[in-house]
Design a protein around this ligand. Structure first.
Ligand SMILES: [Zn+2]
Length: 267
């Protein structure tokens, strides 16, 4: 695996919103560990070697190592270096570990699992939102859908609005635990949202899905909201498969698609 300098990130790195140099180095280290370049039980290269490899300062390396240690990927022992930990010690919901899995060719199963968890959570949240939404919640969701309609061509903006819309649904559902559970997953799938938004026709189809979800929540129809969300996420899954040039799904979706009533009300 090549290791471009973190100061000149590859396009893959660009797609991840990292803010500091040490976070970018940590992401790279996490990737090397998850990809198996640094196997569990082995030692990471020493700080001076990492400094040279990433072309950054010792302080940056130390901060980066702290980050990968915090999520259980390595253990730092004074005097005996940094040991890569076994996968059972990894904190899979930490965005650093999740990102590395999503990007790892060895871990496509992980991406499928993330998408399944997202699907279950979002379908439930849409159902609850239809039961519990306030007028203010609905106004917020409607405004976001209108904004998406205006920014179909601006993929970055559309992606941000898309996630805001899903977060607005989570807020309307009024279940903070479920909402918090989804937050790190949203940070991970942001990449996927961005990449699939670039597919021809994808934003238009995605917007159609958002309108259906919005209408169902607006009508306070939990069943229709669940079905519209299921359909929307099935489409996202299809787009992910298309975008990465393979169909990972060898079994039928666990999110059984049922015929739903046509929604004809204009927004
Ligand atoms: Zn969406």
């Amino acid at each position: 695996m090549s290791t471009p300098s973190p100061t000149t990130p590859s396009p893959r790195d660009n797609s991840i919103p990292r803010t500091t140099l040490s976070e970018r180095v940590a992401a790279k280290l996490a990737q090397l560990i998850v990809d198996g370049v640094h196997a569990p039980g082995t030692s990471l290269p020493t700080e001076p070697l990492l400094e040279k490899q990433f072309d950054v300062s010792r302080v940056t390396i130390r901060d980066a190592v702290k980050l990968v240690a915090n999520c259980g990927l390595v253990k730092v022992r004074h005097g005996s270096g940094m040991t890569v930990q076994p996968p059972e010690n990894w904190q899979y919901l930490d965005p650093l570990v999740l990102f590395a899995h999503v990007n790892s060719p060895r871990s496509q199963k992980m991406l499928s699992e993330i998408l399944e968890v997202q699907h279950f959570a979002e379908a439930e949240l849409a159902t609850l939102a239809a039961q519990r939404r306030s007028e203010a919640n609905l106004a917020r969701m409607t405004a976001l859908v209108e904004q998406m309609r205006l920014h179909l061509e601006d993929h970055a903006r559309y992606t941000a609005l898309d996630l805001e819309f899903h977060e607005a649904i989570a807020q309307a559902a009024s279940n903070d635990l479920l909402r918090n559970m989804l937050a790190p997953i949203h940070r991970v799938v942001r990449d996927g949202y961005m990449l699939t938004t670039e597919l021809v026709g994808a934003p238009e189809r995605s917007l159609e899905g958002h309108v259906k979800i919005l209408h169902a929540i607006g009508r306070s129809d939990p069943q229709a909201a669940r079905e519209a969300m299921n359909e929307h996420l099935d489409l996202f899954r299809e787009h992910i498969d298309m975008r990465f040039g393979e169909t990972r799904r060898t079994q039928p979706s666990p999110f059984t698609r049922q015929p739903r009533p046509e929604i004809t009300t204009p927004l």
